[in-house]
Design a protein around this ligand. Structure first.
Ligand code: SF4
Length: 191
């Protein structure tokens, strides 16, 4: 079926084409897998050739890379960081620990499924994933952005009550993030 073009859809296509080659990545190095990032960033694998560079602040970052297991304390910081990022934003769960708890699956103090707390755009499986896997996953993400399919961030606005309930249960009470997610959803016209 022929796609109906509107001013908004044309703008989104242009925006996707531009942003897919200009991604800033904030890496939240909680787990041991973080050791694979220096070779990914530096001369041997050189992720910058794909347009991905490190960024030090959440407000300028497009990608939030979580490099392993999260405790309750670090998960809280991840939620605070995620909410500060401007949309569109893409969370990448790096390593088995972010998928199902990995080798800490039965630990009392670590989180098991990152996507119960914030939307995850893509996971990189493995313990620990090698730079080749990181690069392959970034290329998948770039292709997804190009096709206009990297929209998991919208889920946080659509299903905020679900994420908030999981956060509150884990943190044993609400945390103050100073962000009005429902107002943001209205601004993006997300229902
Ligand atoms: S997946 Fe493996 S390498 Fe990554 S944080 Fe967990 S235990 Fe460490």
């Amino acid at each position: 079926m022929e796609e109906k073009l509107t001013q908004r859809s044309v703008w989104e296509k242009i925006s996707n084409k531009l942003s897919k080659r200009s991604l800033w990545m904030l890496h939240y190095c909680t787990g041991c897998g973080a050791i694979e990032l220096p070779p990914t960033m530096t001369a041997r694998f050189d992720m910058e050739r794909f347009g991905i560079s490190p960024m030090v602040t959440p407000r300028q970052a497009d990608i939030l890379l979580i490099t392993g297991y999260l405790s309750v304390k670090t998960l809280k910081r991840v939620v605070l960081t995620y909410e500060q990022m401007q949309a569109p934003k893409y969370v990448v769960g790096f390593g088995s620990c972010t998928i199902n708890g990995g080798m800490y699956w039965n630990s009392y103090s670590t989180m098991k499924c990152l996507d119960q707390y914030i939307p995850v755009e893509t996971y990189i499986a493995g313990c620990m994933p090698r730079p080749e896997a990181i690069i392959a996953s970034f290329n998948d993400l770039i292709a997804k952005i190009d096709r206009g399919e990297a929209n998991s961030w919208k889920d946080y606005y659509k299903n905020y009550d679900f994420y908030k309930a999981n956060q509150d249960r884990t943190f044993e009470g609400p945390i103050e993030t100073y962000n009005d997610i429902k107002a943001d959803a209205a601004m993006f016209n997300i229902k």
